[in-house]
Design a protein around this ligand. Structure first.
Ligand code: UDP
Length: 473
């Protein structure tokens, strides 16, 4: 069947939040539009976003994607900057809406505006120009379902999640979620961050549709609950389109300078290496780094480990971390003793490439949604060690619903012991349970490939969405 293809001059504008977990999947969505002949602009806000050493910069991403225009919105005037980093980012995204309107006016033939959920207030910009607005949700369908269901839950009770301990929340389309595994920002119903998030969700319901970076097979029940409007009752649910998994697999990227860890992987046996990487912001205390090192060493397995410097203030995710002094942070002699079987990389590794390398056999992850999708599409079992944002919730989905990972116990305590690190590495790398996980991952990976094939469910959903968009033009 011939795909709906607009003329070369039809444009779309994508408004991204900052941070690798928001920006990178937005770029993947942009590539999808480019393939269908749209002119794509990504509106980039000037916000105090995270800046991890080695993480891709806008300039770098723009250089590798010359067909996408990256438009920097000017820093908005802000008389009363919010002291909380996340609230400040949301405030800046909202205050940048007038600049977004100017941008939209300056681009001919804009067909639609696409918004990160953090940018949902910019629905007003689309309304000002009578354009359709769509939300592109860069986390799990399950996270969206849980977030909407929580608003409903809070309307039926006076208790906050933080008073419920591990009591299970039973939300439509989801496995039971221990209340303590919901994001810290929604634990207190009176918290202004929770209220702001709830407002953004409500605004998202005004959109012409929700594009989810997932695939139906992986999250069938959550997607079903969203479609049926079972999670949220105040407004009708917009149409839901699962267009994922939209993740870089590392193949398309130019290899100007191949990272040394890839050369190291080249000489390791197939599926023998445990990869440890904790998103764009994850970092551990010196004590925790030592436990991880001891656990890895006693497991005897090969490893590739991305280590960041500990934070001075563990709650400030925006703190710029210096390069770690590995010899000082890791146990004495660790680097020398493990030099034959392990590699430690400072701050940042080309994760997608590592996960898709034949030598990678397991992934210790913080359960960010992009990392989860990258692990699943590479067919690598996940060892779940959630740290911040909605990662504890993702952990529940990964283990209980998708069944593609195991939990690293103690993630919710002060420290995860070396014994636990060793035990879970052995479980995934050596046991029957690990073998079963690998079989499950092989199916999940095949289903992801199928979803993205020309006639696959995610491409069909995207084309259906595009068809409606082009017709409403
Ligand atoms: N990432 C990477 N190298 C690193 C750390 C992270 O390439 O050393 C990439 C990772 O592949 C993913 C993104 O950064 O695409 C992190 O997004 P995710 O949603 O997993 O987590 P977040 O950083 O938002 O917590």
């Amino acid at each position: 069947m011939e795909e709906p293809k607009p003329s070369r001059s039809v444009a779309v504008v994508l408004y991204t939040a900052m941070g690798a977990g928001h920006l990178l999947p937005m770029v993947e969505l942009a590539k999808l539009f480019l393939r269908r002949g749209f002119v794509v602009t990504i509106a980039v806000p000037t916000t105090p976003g995270p800046a991890t050493t080695g993480s891709p910069t806008i300039a770098g991403i723009a250089a590798s994607n010359p067909s996408i225009t990256f438009h920097h919105l000017p820093p908005p005037v802000c008389a009363d900057p919010d002291p909380h980093p996340l609230m400040r980012m949301l405030q800046m995204l909202r205050l940048s809406v007038p600049s977004l309107v100017s941008l939209l006016r300056s681009i001919p033939s804009v067909a639609a505006l696409f918004l990160d959920i953090f940018c949902a207030e910019a629905i007003d910009a689309a309304a000002a120009l009578r354009l359709p607005a769509y939300i592109y949700f860069t986390s799990a369908a399950g996270a969206m379902a849980a977030s909407l269901s929580l608003t409903r839950h809070y309307s039926t009770t006076t208790t906050s999640l933080r008073d419920m301990g591990k009591a299970p929340l039973r939300f439509p389309g989801l496995p039971p979620i221990p209340a303590s595994d919901m994001p810290s920002t929604v634990q207190d119903r009176e918290d202004r961050i929770y209220r702001t998030r709830a407002r953004l969700n409500a605004r998202a319901m005004e959109a012409s549709g929700l594009l989810l970076n997932t695939y139906e097979w992986l999250e069938a029940r959550a997607v079903g609950a969203l479609r049926e409007g079972a999670c949220f009752t105040d407004y009708p649910m917009p149409p839901v389109y699962c267009v994922g998994p939209l993740v870089a697999n590392g193949e398309e990227e130019e290899e100007t300078e191949r990272h040394a860890c890839l050369a190291w992987l080249d000489v390791q046996p197939a599926r023998s290496v445990v990869f440890l990487c904790f998103g764009s912001l994850g970092s551990f205390s010196a004590a925790q780094l030592k436990e991880i090192a001891c656990g890895l060493e006693s497991s005897g397995h090969r490893f590739l480990w991305v280590v960041r410097n500990p934070r001075q203030d563990p709650t400030n995710l925006l703190e710029r971390l210096p390069e770690p002094d590995l010899a000082a942070l890791l146990p004495e002699g660790f680097l020398e003793r493990t030099s034959e079987i392990g590699m430690v990389v400072k701050s940042w590794a080309p994760q997608a490439k590592v996960l898709n390398h034949a030598a990678t056999g397991a992934f210790v992850t913080h359960c960010g949604w992009n990392s989860t999708l990258e692990g699943v599409t590479a067919g690598v079992p996940l060892l779940c060690w959630p740290l911040y944002a909605e990662q504890r919730l993702n952990k529940v989905l990964i283990v209980e619903e998708m069944k593609v990972g195991v939990v690293v116990d103690g993630y919710d305590e002060e420290i995860v012991s070396a014994e636990e690190v060793e035990a879970k590495v052995r479980l995934v790398m050596e046991s029957n349970e690990g073998e079963k996980l690998r079989e499950r991952l092989a199916v999940a990976r095949a289903k992801a490939v199928e979803a993205l094939a020309e006639e696959g469910p995610s491409r069909v959903a995207y084309d259906e969405f595009l068809d409606r968009l082009v017709r409403s033009d």
